[in-house]
Design a protein around this ligand. Sequence first.
Ligand SMILES: [Zn+2]
Length: 194
Amino acid sequence: MASLTFLGAAQTVTGSRHLLTTASGNRVLIDAGLFQGRKELRLRNWAPWTSGKLDAVVLTHAHIDHTGFLPRLCAQGLVRRALCTEGTRDLAWLLLPDSGFLDVRVDGKRILFSGDLGRYGTSVPVRAKVVQMTGFSAHADWMEEDRWLARAPSPPDRVFLVHGEPPAIEAQRARLSAKGWRVEAPQPGQEVQL
Ligand SMILES: [Zn+2]
């Protein structure tokens, strides 16, 4: 029987990592994201990986909370292959390599770069005007999610709600449950049989 283990983004927004183990024993990690935000969350990025080797990592998109943990897994030789769209690959190529040379500080409304972007030992000067963007690439709100779910040809067997703070998750769980759907809000580390 297949199973799904919620290793991140469970009852929180970031750290998207969901381990799908197929009935034949293949192990696929859906997203390898970094936890971001509060220190208690960020510390989870440094916890030892105890979920073993992965046949594949599937990246849904390039955001760091979906991809930023991949270098760490690869460095430990745990990933056989990573799968994603070409667009995600192109963005991840920029986002994932060592960003240690890039020091971004938010100073009022200004963001200052000190140092250059470093990739594989080379240094790429940052010659860009840095602007702060709002409302770009945001997550869907519950109404957008509802519209997307309404396109399903038939009600899903089960819905797992992740990638949200507990109050938002609970509110969406209540709304979708009212449709008669089987909706679950997994806890961190929870494994469900599919
Ligand atoms: Zn996200």
